[in-house]
Each structure stands twice: as structure tokens, then as C-alpha cells.
Design a protein. Structure first.
Length: 290
């Protein structure tokens, strides 16, 4: 099965877990349930769940458990997008070609959707579908990636990034984007109970991949179109955001992107053909147009 088919299979499996977790027949208020489903089930590549699933497969971890952990990561990712789009944050009105949650519903509902998705991520990762012996360590990996020293801290830095030097830009992007991607890769090894050397190797892979993902994202904001990306482009320049293309130009950003892809692939060499899908994920990141 090629990369595209594996990504689609991971997305379908993840969406089944998410749809079940967001069953509108529960006691959740109807409009909140509708807005949450809109935020999570309205598209998305499910790239982070794929990373969890494929990293876990390197060590023959249970597929159902890996899918549930991947769904937890997707909840955390979706929450971050809902909150990032808010007027007080990046103030976006378009996401995946549709109105953002606060535009389709209202701002207060969007905030609560994000809050609920963050809680649901930890509900899933500590659910009976995940071996109890691994759940605590997995929850810790996810929490560290999501919190003040990870994604939240990175978003804060991004909102105040006008005067960051090159090192500061890299640190900010590693927190905002890279932390969750690196954690998703590491989570596969944690779920499998793999030795620490594998956790370290897969986390390093994820760190390089996350940096490549952010570089590609920044380049799309410069070179892409709204039709391709499903969101407003040119906003980094308009907001005077500190990015590598803004500081050093698109050509240098492309060079750094290729270097990060090469470094990520090198981390996977000990796994040979078993890591073929993760190797292809590197090229997918570099060439994506959305």
C-alpha cells in the first residue's frame, strides 16, 4: 500500500474513532456538539494520527490502540486550530475552505469547542482502548507537547514574534508546530514499549519533520493560493510575522526545507523498509500544497 492509500486508511480509521467519541446522542448540548463535530470532522489530512500509527507499527504495537492515540493527537491539533483562528489570535475566517468555527457559530462557542477537544484528547489517550500500562506515559508526552513549553508557548511567542532573531524563530516554530509532530512520532514507540533509544530516534525524526512542516507552511503563505490551501494566504507578511521566508527569502527557505527532510529521513535508516511510509511522509510534507 502506497503513502496516499496509507494516509487515507489512517484518516478513515481516525474518523471512525472521532465520530464515535463525538456521538451527538450524548448529554453534550446540541449546538456545542454540532460545533465540535464541525471543527473535527470537517476535513483534514490526519497527518499526526498517521505518524502515531506508522511509528507504532515499526514495533508491532496494537493497531486499534495506535488509532485511538492518533485520534487523541488529532483532537489536540483541532483544538489548536480552533483557538488559533480566534480574533484575539490569528483572526482567520477561513479554514480548510470553510468558515472557521467562530465564524460558523460564534466566538464563545469556538472557545468552548477548543476547551472540550483538549479534554477529549486526554479522555481518549487514557481510555480502555489504550493499554493501561502505557496510558500515563502517553498522556505525559501529549501534555508536554501541548502546554506552555510546547504548542501554547509557541503560539504566545508567535503573537509577539516581531523582534525574534533567527534562533528565536526556530525555537518558536519548534514549540508551536514541531512539538506536537515530534510527540506523535515518539508516541508510537511509547505505545509499543520500545526502548528509550527508539523513543529518542523517533522524536528526533519528528523534530526535523516538524521543522520541515513549518517551513513548507510558511512557503505556502508566500507562494500558495487560497484555493490550494483552503485558508487565507499572505497573512504572515500582513501581520509582520517572523518566518524564515520573510527573513531570508523563499530560496533559502526551500534549501532549509530540503535539509530538514534529508535529516528526518536519515533518522529512519535503521528501520529499513519497515519505515517506508514514514520516509514518504517527509516528501509529502515538502511537496504539500495545502
Amino acid at each position: 500500500m502506497g503513502f496516499g492509500a496509507r494516509l487515507m486508511a489512517a484518516a478513515e480509521a481516525t474518523d471512525r474513532v472521532l465520530a464515535a467519541a463525538l456521538d451527538p446522542a450524548t448529554r453534550v448540548p446540541a449546538r456545542l456538539a454540532e460545533a465540535t463535530r464541525y471543527a473535527v470532522l470537517g476535513g483534514g489530512k490526519r497527518f499526526r494520527p498517521l505518524l502515531v500509527i506508522e511509528a507504532a507499527a515499526l514495533f508491532d504495537a496494537p493497531a486499534d490502540a495506535a488509532t485511538t492515540v492518533g485520534a487523541a493527537f488529532e483532537c489536540l491539533h483541532a483544538y489548536s486550530l480552533v483557538h488559533d483562528d480566534l480574533p484575539a489570535m490569528d483572526d482567520d475566517d477561513l479554514r480548510r475552505g470553510r468558515p472557521t468555527v467562530h465564524k460558523a457559530f460564534d466566538e464563545a462557542t469556538a472557545i468552548l469547542v477548543g476547551d472540550g477537544l483538549q479534554a477529549l484528547a486526554f479522555e481518549l489517550i487514557t481510555s480502555p482502548a489504550v493499554p493501561a500500562a502505557r496510558a500515563g506515559a502517553l498522556a505525559n508526552v501529549l501534555a508536554l507537547a501541548a502546554g506552555n513549553a510546547g504548542m501554547v508557548g509557541g503560539q504566545y511567542c508567535d503573537l509577539n514574534a516581531f523582534d525574534l532573531d533567527e534562533e528565536g524563530v526556530g525555537r518558536m516554530q519548534a514549540m508551536k508546530t514541531g512539538a506536537l509532530i515530534a510527540a506523535a512520532c515518539e508516541a508510537g514507540a511509547v505505545l509499543a514499549g520500545a526502548e528509550d533509544e527508539h523513543r529518542v530516534r523517533l522524536r528526533s525524526f519528528g523534530e526535523h519533520l516538524g521543522a520541515a512542516f513549518q517551513l513548507a507552511d510558511d512557503l505556502l503563505d508566500v507562494e500558495g493560493t487560497t484555493a490550494e490551501t483552503g485558508k487565507r494566504v499572505g497573512k504572515d507578511a500582513a501581520g509582520r510575522k517572523a518566518t524564515i521566508p520573510a527573513r531570508f527569502g523563499a530560496e533559502e527557505a526551500h534549501r532549509r526545507l530540503e535539509a530538514r527532510v534529508a535529516a528526518a529521513r536519515a533518522c529512519l535508516e535503521p528501520y529499513g523498509e519497515r519505515a517506508a511510509v514514514l520516509v514518504e511522509a517527509c516528501r509529502f510534507v515538502a511537496e504539500r500544497r495545502s
